[in-house]
Design a protein around this ligand. Structure first.
Ligand code: GDP
Length: 445
């Protein structure tokens, strides 16, 4: 795709809304607008920046297509930084399609997917990671994913990457000074300095590109309830969801399948799964449920292992307690009844009365260990992959230095790391990377 400034047009809204918006960007945009739209009343300075005009939109033959609102955004103060106008008309497909056809007949070209945002990027208004954030906002499936994309759009990721790049540039400069002026600059001192500072950049990139954190911010964390039948798993799930969704009965073994619900706690989306009680059974259907429960446990970020505080632990439960890894929280339920169990580190609750539930939610969030407000965290696999390429290159540079090799070797790898980070923000202007980012955009964005 060429970086042109020709007028492009597209329907910016999805199907089925009550309003449809058609957007045009590029040179001649306003002359195109004036040939297919006229305000109903004569208003002074009608075509001012940002001013909504009520009027009619016409086709090539002067026939009214629709009553509409139009608004102009003058370069550079627009989404693309070019002259942009939008026409808002009645929803449905016919009217917007007719307007689009007219715009094309007046010289605009149908936009390619993501071309408006691509222009915003190529014209320097946003960087590549901010352009991707636009897609993240459109596709967000949870509040935490939306917030992560907003942070990214406001330059959260770019700021951290910018600092890391600046540091790498200064390390490459140090190396080149040391190699250019060997009599004046001590190479050993420079080598120590560079490797120390390069390690810090690496540490930053490793923590900012943590895959588990990224997945949890994007998709949410999985929390699985486990325990023997009748300890109150479904009731705990209901208490966490604050609604009656799981079936609660006092016949052991009622939750035969894995029941999953979504809930948002402290900005992090959780998928809560209530599993079949983990017990040996001859019932074929229940057996499948128990197997699914075991599968869900393997993939869980947090497991709530529920015990009934009002009855003695079984041998199986005691054994389970010894096999737990650090994803587990032991939940001592039914605290409203006379307790016969006391366990250190268990969270005591009553699903019936709600006692301890808010403490349990705090513990779950603590166990997940993701700070949804952390500005530096990358959420997109593409960014993480670039950061990994950068850390590998930095580690190679450190290995050269520590192996006593000439500093030039390290400079090459640090430059490679610099380019990998430049792929995140688009500063490297790698055409393949840019194409890859915009290929998933929708038309009109
Ligand atoms: P599950 O088989 O582990 O999912 O257990 P359920 O949630 O179906 O609960 C089993 C029984 O324990 C039901 O009769 C619940 O009403 C009861 N129960 C669950 N939580 C509590 C609690 O906190 N206090 C009391 N007294 N009963 C509870």
């Amino acid at each position: 795709m060429l970086n042109r400034n020709d007028a492009i047009c597209a329907i910016a809204t999805g199907n089925g809304g009550s309003i449809a918006i058609v957007r045009v960007s590029g040179e001649n945009a306003f002359s195109i607008l004036k040939r297919c739209f006229s305000p109903i009343k004569r208003i002074k300075n009608a075509y001012q920046h940002g001013r909504m005009m009520y009027g009619n939109v016409y086709d090539e033959s002067g026939e009214t297509i629709d009553e509409a609102m139009a608004v102009c955004f003058y370069a550079p103060n627009s989404y693309t930084t070019e002259d942009v106008f939008e026409i808002q008309m009645h929803g449905g497909t016919m009217s917007a399609q007719a307007v689009l056809k007219t715009l094309v007949s007046l010289g605009a070209r149908m936009a390619e997917p993501g071309e408006f945002t691509r222009r915003a990027f190529l014209n320097g208004r946003i960087d590549l990671s901010e352009a991707e954030a636009v897609m993240g906002i459109v596709g967000a499936k949870s509040q935490s994913a939306l917030r992560a994309s907003i942070r990214q759009l406001k330059g959260g990721v770019s700021a951290g990457i910018g600092k890391a790049r600046e540091e790498l540039i200064s390390l490459v400069a140090l190396i080149s000074a040391a190699t250019d002026f060997p009599d004046e600059i001590d190479e050993d001192v420079t080598a120590k300095n560079v490797s120390g500072r390069a390690k810090k950049v690496c540490d930053y990139l490793i923590s900012a590109s943590d895959k588990r954190h990224a997945r949890i911010l994007r998709q949410g964390a999985s929390v699985v309830l486990a325990g023997l039948p009748n300890v109150g798993k479904s009731s705990v799930m209901n208490a966490l969801l604050s609604c009656e969704r799981a079936i609660v009965t006092d016949i052991p073994g009622t939750t035969r399948d894995v029941l999953t619900e979504s809930v948002e706690l402290n900005g992090v989306r959780l998928s809560l799964s209530d599993t079949a009680g983990l017990r040996d059974t001859e019932d074929t259907v229940e057996k499948i449920g128990v197997q699914r429960a075991r599968d869900a446990l393997k993939d869980a970020d947090v497991v709530l292992y529920v015990l009934d505080a009002a009855r003695e632990m079984t041998d199986e439960e005691r054994e389970n307690l010894t096999e737990m890894d650090d994803r587990y929280i032991v939940v001592l339920n039914k605290s409203d009844l006379d307790s016969v169990i006391s366990l250190e580190n268990a969270v005591t609750i009553s699903a019936k009365t709600g006692e301890g539930i808010s403490y349990l939610t705090d513990k779950i969030i603590e166990k997940i260990g993701v700070d949804a407000e952390n500005e530096d965290l990358m959420t997109l696999p593409r960014h993480i992959e670039c950061a990994e390429r950068a850390t590998e290159a930095i580690n190679r540079a450190i290995a050269w230095i520590e192996g006593g090799m000439p500093l030039d070797f390290a400079a090459n790898d640090l430059t490679e790391a610099l380019n990998a980070l430049g792929d995140i923000t688009g500063e490297s202007m790698n055409e393949n990377v840019i194409d890859r980012v915009f290929k998933d955009f929708c038309v009109g964005k």
